[in-house]
Design a protein around this ligand. Sequence first.
Ligand SMILES: Cc1ncc(COP(=O)(O)O)c(C=O)c1O
Length: 484
Amino acid sequence: MQSFGGRQLARALGPWSRIEDSGPAYARLAAAIRMLILDGRVPLDARLPGERELAGVLGVSRTTVTAAYDLLRSTGYAASRQGSGTRTTLPATHTSSLAGSFWSPFGPDGSDILDLAHAAPEAPERTLHEAYEVALSQLPRYLPTCGYDLFGLPALRAAIAHRFTVRGLPTIPEQILVTSGAQHAFSLALSVFTDPGDRVLIEHPTYPNAIDAIRRLNARTVPVAFAGNGWDTDAFAAALRQTGPRLAYLVPDFHNPTGLTATAVERDALASSLAENRTVAVVDETLSELALEGDAPAPFATCLPDQLAVTVGSVSKPFWGGLRIGWIRADTTTVRRLASARATSDISSAMLEQLATVELLTRMDDVLPSRREELRNRRDALMSAIDTQLPGWSVRRPRGGLVLWCDLGSPVSSRLVAAAERHGLRLAAGPRFGVDGAFERRLRLPYTLPVQTLEHAVDVLAQAYAAVTDGTAISTANIHDLFA
Ligand SMILES: Cc1ncc(COP(=O)(O)O)c(C=O)c1O
């Protein structure tokens, strides 16, 4: 069970008393903790700090913390057991559908909440259907086998290797390990390369599930901030030199959440610092096939010796997250090491999905142009709706990927997310993408929904933003609605 000390929770809470503008302090504190639970900044089944400790750190009375914990307990967001303190939970209606994860695209009961918390597009229905038809027709050939393949189906390994080669990084099938998505690939690499206490360099902000995976293994993040419009290569080099991280986790193409893409100069500088320090980079290419302007850069691993580059990717963004097919590309020795570690938790990826993915990769160049076109339209529609309805925000146009990283002009992200949720719009607050409560001025908005839906979402967002910034976000009367 993960424990939160008073200081750690206080850092995550940030200016908690402003999450809600009015109402008693205990209710505002409970609302702020609930928000951290719901957006995953405080994990499920984590032990909250003792009441006295938290009261001391926050500078409030112990009665305030006791009443906040009582409210969390009575609304299902906390539970206490003799001897094990107060733990975070979810109300029964949530746990049934969220299956242990707070950060889900689905409402508590499969409800139709508008989801802009996830950057994942819908499936290209027809293409997927056809790929599964082909897969089904091929399945009988594999039925006499045991169906397990630790490294992945040979035909799929070959198709993934071919795609790397076409993108400019010569690759043989033995350099590929098929995984259950890119997140599985990253967690596997982490578990093989790091021990508890090791440091892992991350871009700051970065993909939240990567931060969570690092924490779960009790490794330590070394966050390196961006320098305005790009990578701060000097800070990156200094962090590598000074902290000696075991790994560096990088998203150089259409970065989630900033939308930035590293330039050739930045790539060379990052790669030479990694090589100088002999630091292995886990390069996340989940978004690399989604160039919306011009071509995507060649794989980052082209700048590094093979032993220092572990590239992870998947079909989740170009095709569909529901396939749960991803991969790791590394040197053959590393691939074997990763495969034997994989055997302890997950012996193989699903056969039918692997077969369907072979077909999808074969058709990639036919399918992607229209997918990119659709995303371009959505990106431009979302930007123009924001420009019209929220003129005080500033937003940079990403050259690819799936998200806008909005600068709200003031640190209201968590409050805005709380207000929007009550209007049926689910968002991920800026601090979800960082450590220690950073990025309260930021909001990540994916352009993964149809144009009309995005426009409606911006209407809702503008109302919520007005309520938050003119101080009418929530009245005392509806503080309890928040927990309903
Ligand atoms: C940067 C990044 N890495 C990894 C993932 C997870 O991908 P997968 O569905 O392949 O596990 C995502 C999904 O949002 C992502 O944005």
